[in-house]
Ligand binder design. Structure first.
Ligand code: NAI
Ligand code: MG
Length: 346
């Protein structure tokens, strides 16, 4: 559904988040010209806000954001805030409140960007991570803590509904990408016996509807090996919440990491807004210096455009970032300079 006006909630957040988000907004404007107008609403959320008045996110803000078409997020996090508070109170809260069931992370090795692998090959795949279930569902308990009889349980929740929307998204994406047209399911069916059977069953069921897309299955531990020995074999990977969390970090690392890794948290029915963000954090070590690489946020903004059907403009941004990386990624440039270089190519 291509809309003429997009209402976007913006959470620049903390640290470099505030430096890179405006660059992504400038690139968006240049990429779409007059065909779309963006209506931005900024939200003052993140560590600074939390430290100032204790707010993580209010119910009114959630309600307000729910009316927007999408959310663009920089990064949150600050060494002064205990780890987990912002992740759970803000990021996970948004993902669950807006039922962002699909976490999508492309891994592409751009020419000129250095991979830690000696012989990386042609890496271009996407991980689809189920985002609302599995071991992250919060089902479990801790009893008798502090005694020798303490018990902790953490239950992996897997529903046919939740698996199917992830698997279907993966098959649709493989078809749309038009490359290898191959879906790899990653799990650990040899030990996660019950959940594994359900995932495999859903894959066979959905796979029958996509005769033009091939699929196979890989254990998660084997997948971590292939991600470094033969990453170019992958096209679309679909996996559960925990395995997805781990392998997307590995996937980001093999393509030279942090500066170019984008992500989308997608609500598949468009009932609530989807959220687009770079995978890196607020980088307190370089915050305020104006040297953060905005490319991952720019690529996340391109995913936002693609989500709304502006495939052509999204592809133009991709190509501009790719060409910029090829020519300049070994040079030291300021955040603004990188933004201007990308915009010049558009
Ligand atoms: P980080 O991703 O912020 O930084 C790791 C390293 O990569 C640092 O050396 C940083 O300078 C560098 N880096 C990151 N993004 C960069 C960019 N765009 N350009 C150039 N260099 C970049 O991860 P770290 O240090 O573990 O976490 C810092 C804070 O961010 C923590 O509070 C953490 O909780 C939070 N965080 C937030 C995330 C989010 O908002 N989605 C994701 C990951 C971490
Ligand atoms: Mg992670």
């Amino acid at each position: 559904t291509s809309k003429k006006t997009l209402d976007i909630a913006v959470i620049p957040g903390d640290g470099i988040g505030r430096e890179i988000v405006p660059v992504a907004q400038a690139v968006l404007k240049e990429a779409v010209g007059d065909s779309v107008s963006f209506n931005y609403t900024n939200y003052d959320l993140g560590a600074d806000r939390y430290l100032r008045d204790g707010t993580l996110i209010t119910d009114d803000q959630l309600k307000d954001m729910d009316q927007k078409d999408a959310i663009l997020l920089g990064a949150v996090g600050d060494p002064r805030v205990k780890s987990g508070i912002l992740e759970r109170g803000l990021l996970l809260k948004l993902r669950f409140a807006f039922d962002q069931a699909i976490n999508m992370r492309p891994s592409k090795l751009y020419p000129g960007v250095k991979s830690p692998l000696a012989d990386p090959g042609d890496i271009d795949f996407v991980v689809i991570r189920e985002g609302t279930e599995g071991l992250y569902s919060g089902m479990g308990g801790l009893l008798r803590m502090g005694t020798e009889h303490a018990i902790a349980t953490e239950t992996s929740m897997n529903t046919e509904f939740g698996i199917e929307r992830a698997v279907r998204f993966a098959f649709e994406l493989a078809r749309k990408r038009g490359g290898k047209k191959h879906v790899t399911m990653v799990n650990k069916t040899n030990v996660l016996y019950y959940a594994g059977q359900l995932w495999l069953w859903v894959m066979d069921k959905v796979g029958k509807e996509y005769p033009d897309v091939t699929y196979d299955y890989l254990h998660a531990d084997a997948c971590t090996i292939f991600l470094v020995t033969d990453p170019s074999r992958f096209d679309v990977i679909v996996t559960d919440n925990l395995f997805g969390d781990i392998i997307t970090d590995e996937a980001g690392a093999v393509v030279g990491g942090i500066g170019y890794s984008a992500s989308a948290n997608i609500n598949v029915t468009d009932e609530h807004p989807s959220m687009f963000e770079p995978i890196h954090g607020s980088a307190p070590d370089i915050a305020g210096k104006g040297i953060a690489n905005p490319s991952a946020t720019v690529l996340s903004a391109a995913m936002l455009l693609q989500h709304f059907g502006y495939d052509e403009a999204a592809a133009r941004i991709d190509r501009a970032v790719e060409a910029d990386a090829e020519e300049n990624s070994s040079r030291k440039r300021s955040t603004d300079q990188i933004g201007q270089d990308i915009i010049a190519r558009l």
